[in-house]
Write a protein that binds this ligand. Structure first.
Ligand SMILES: [Zn+2]
Length: 303
């Protein structure tokens, strides 16, 4: 078989980044254009045409919501960039690094690359960006695959085995379950869950998957059994050696899990379990914007 053509990568290259953001002013202008494509509005009351402060760059005053005392705001008011001592250009570089790295980038790598003095700085920036990348996805339609996986645990048995597989993963291993649904050629929705009981999985499917779905593929886990009543549910029986039967497979969601497990989440330690939803959101955002020519702009818009 002929070698696959490399897929077009809709990502800013380093050179493009330099051209787009040669200095801090260019970064500020970009943010203003993203936040307020139809002209600056007061972030507090939404009033149009606030008064531009003549002697302070990127600052405005709103007389609408505060006629007496007046309300002043800057381009970063109400964004994740507010109250930080890092220039926007540093923030943009961090966002760019996070988006271009398919498996995610650890805070330690970011710290080294950016030359930050402290790990804390890098860590807190990454986390703020992850919060900004959290998105609501419309219910999935078409052919949808649903599956769960387990993540975390000690480094020495850091396998991502399915439920109860020989003590190295699954239920009772102390690992954290994540459930996901993916529409073939479409979006993924993934979420950290407490357990893989039928009630939990069904609640997730209700939220993430449209009832008008044409096919819902899962594996043979008993937790998915109840879906038969509500959805055109088909099962891939891995135990019987079934992996792909025509359209009936869960390879797409398994591909998403493998992205996560090869990434920095694969090494996540118990201590950061509470932040796991943010890592999952980061992977979800990258996946859902994989063909978005302006993924960087989409990320900045959420900041
Ligand atoms: Zn206002």
């Amino acid at each position: 078989m002929a070698r696959k053509q490399p897929k077009p990568i809709h990502q800013l290259t380093a050179a493009q980044f330099e051209r787009m953001f040669p200095n801090e002013d260019a970064c500020c202008a970009y943010l203003v254009g993203r936040r307020w494509p139809d002209g600056v509005r007061c972030p507090r009351c939404g009033a149009e045409n606030p008064h531009k402060l003549p002697n302070r760059p990127w600052s405005w005053q709103c007389y609408q919501c505060a006629p007496d005392t007046s309300y002043r705001f800057s381009h970063i008011a109400g964004t994740i960039f507010e109250n930080t001592n890092k220039p926007l250009r540093d923030w943009y570089r961090v966002v760019h690094l996070m988006l271009t790295s398919k498996k995610g980038m650890s805070a330690l790598q970011i710290k080294r690359y950016m030359g930050f003095g402290s790990y804390e700085t890098a860590w807190s920036m990454c986390h703020k960006v992850r919060v900004a990348l959290m998105e609501d996805i419309d219910k999935l339609g078409g052919i949808v695959e649903v599956d769960e996986t387990f993540v975390g645990g000690l480094a020495k048995n850091r396998h991502w085995d399915k439920r109860g597989g020989g003590g190295t993963g699954g239920i009772g291993s102390g690992k954290t379950p994540i459930v996901g649904a993916v529409s073939r050629k479409g979006n993924v929705v993934a979420r950290v869950i407490e357990n893989v009981r039928a009630s939990t999985l069904t609640a997730f499917v209700h939220e993430a998957v449209s009832h008008k779905v044409s096919l819902l593929c899962t594996d043979q886990w008993v937790g998915y059994k109840h879906l038969d009543k509500e959805y055109p549910h088909v099962v891939v029986d891995h135990a019987k050696g079934d992996y792909v039967v025509g359209a009936i497979h869960t390879n797409t969601i398994e591909g998403f899990w493998s992205l996560i497990k090869r990434g920095c989440v694969g090494t996540f330690h118990k201590v950061s379990k509470k932040y796991l939803p943010l890592y999952v959101a980061e992977f979800q955002f990258r996946y859902n914007n994989r063909e978005n020519a302006d993924i960087f702009g989409a990320a900045i818009a959420g900041c």
